[in-house]
Ligand binder design. Structure first.
Ligand SMILES: Cc1cc2nc3c(=O)[nH]c(=O)nc-3n(C[C@H](O)[C@H](O)[C@H](O)COP(=O)(O)OP(=O)(O)OC[C@H]3O[C@@H](n4cnc5c(N)ncnc54)[C@H](O)[C@@H]3O)c2cc1C
Length: 400
């Protein structure tokens, strides 16, 4: 490792990798990314559902996704981006809420179609149980992406420009003097990664080194609040387990389609000949939990909701599933910008379930702020962490 970094990014998930990529296009300085596990085994990026959409309630979220989608279109084959659309089913209550959102989305130039129940049946004949559905929206430019390929795309391009990715390095502590973070103490972690990520515990016998930093970036995903504590900031961001089930249907081949979002909050989409389906129970408690409830989760949360939409889903076989962490902010929008009260610490985290789809534009914007002192392409001032104490929330209601 170098003794001094111009910019050190903590976290090599999709967000840290994207920031590194965007910085590397603009500056020659010494840029490093440190991660306790660069494979991202526990990270949210590798446990993601791959959905990409610009259809949000908040203008900033629309802009972040739309700008990212424009980029994904240019590298679609390399990152497995398929614009197969999002079909969103609405019941009475949701349809009332959908009207102003639709006006905003269409006003921002998004192509969003409204489908009647008859049109839904014609286009998706397998959806033969549409009780309670009053209409649907379909956004053809949204779709599905391969998060792993996208992360590797950013990383490979950044590496080619000289960014150094350091694996098995955990941040143990930081030296903050006045408004500056000056030093980072790292622990070389050959083992104990799981315990560290679940509890924050650093092995006592590890080997430690100290480096100097000119700029520090917190891209620690669901662990960003722990990092923030090291520079003296409390955040209200919480990690929450989210589970998905992979199921097989003999009757329905979803391959030609994109993402479906049901009135119940269930989502599903094609996944390599199977169906990936997720649901977020409201009673899930915060915490660094990765256990998957297996067949129980499928039986209680997924199967009944799928069956409620299609008789063809009565025969399904659960073939897998996993759990990962959402990093949820109080208003369900990301936190991006310079950390209040510190001159050389930046943050990009708390994407609340949309970090992959917004990663490109978020990385570009933060790189601009770091290098030029202000946003150039997209103004993300409203997403700064200081908004919560000022009561200037960016409440995003279209999360799943
Ligand atoms: C089930 C599920 C489905 C999802 N579906 C979607 C979707 O369809 N579309 C979408 O856009 N998003 C989705 N998300 C959300 C998305 O995955 C996340 O928003 C995104 O991956 C966050 O990326 P990140 O780089 O911030 O975090 P991560 O990928 O978690 O990376 C953070 C990294 O920081 C490292 N780290 C943390 N602390 C330290 C430390 N002290 N020292 C060293 N390293 C450290 C970790 O090891 C980790 O690799 C989903 C998430 C889940 C769990």
């Amino acid at each position: 490792m170098h003794r001094t970094y111009d910019i050190l990014i903590v976290g090599g998930g999709i967000i840290g990798s994207s920031i590194a990529y965007s910085l590397s296009k603009r500056t020659q300085g010494v840029i490093g990314v440190v991660d306790v596990d660069l494979t991202g085994y526990w990270g949210s990026t590798e446990r993601n559902a791959g959905g990409v959409r610009a259809t949000w309630e908040q203008p900033t979220n629309i802009d972040l996704s739309r700008r990212s989608i424009a980029f994904y279109e240019t590298v679609a084959n390399e990152v497995g981006f398929r614009q197969s659309g999002y079909l969103w089913l609405h019941d009475d209550t949701a349809w009332d809420l959908a009207q102003p959102r639709l006006s905003l989305q269409q006003g921002k130039g998004l192509q969003v179609e409204i489908l009647t129940v008859g049109e839904i049946k014609n286009r998706y004949p397998f959806l033969d149980r549409l009780g309670g559905v009053v209409a649907a929206t379909f956004s053809p430019h949204d779709g599905l992406i391969n998060p792993n390929l996208l992360k590797l795309y950013y990383r490979n391009a950044a590496t080619a420009k000289g960014v150094l990715f350091h694996n098995q390095m955990a941040i143990e502590s930081l030296t903050v003097e006045g408004r500056q973070c000056r030093k980072v103490r790292l622990c070389e972690m050959r083992e104990g990664t799981e315990a560290f990520l679940k509890t924050g515990e650093i092995p006592k016998r590890g080997s430690f080194l100290e480096i100097n930093v000119k700029i520090l970036v917190n891209a620690g995903g669901a662990w960003a609040p722990r990092l923030a504590k090291l520079y003296g900031k409390e955040t209200s961001v919480i990690p929450i387990r989210r589970q998905v089930a992979v199921v097989h249907s003999q009757d329905v081949d979803l391959t030609p389609y994109g993402m479906f979002v049901d009135t119940s909050g269930l989502y599903f989409h094609p996944e390599g000949g199977n169906i990936l389906s997720g649901y977020s129970p409201s009673l899930e408690q915060p915490g660094y939990r990765f256990d998957h409830d297996g067949y129980e989760f499928f039986l209680q949360e997924i199967w009944p909701r799928l069956c409620a939409r299609s008789s063809h889903f009565e025969k399904l076989k659960q073939v897998g599933g996993w759990a990962g962490l959402y990093e949820v902010s109080p208003d369900m929008s990301a936190i991006i910008g310079k950390v209040e009260g510190l001159d050389n610490v930046y943050e990009a985290h708390a994407f609340s379930g949309r970090g992959v789809m917004q990663s490109y534009a978020a990385g570009e914007a933060l790189a601009e702020l770091i290098l030029h002192g202000k946003y150039q392409t997209i103004d993300l001032t409203s997403l700064s962490g200081g908004r919560f104490t000022k009561g200037q929330l960016v409440p995003e209601g279209m999360h799943i």
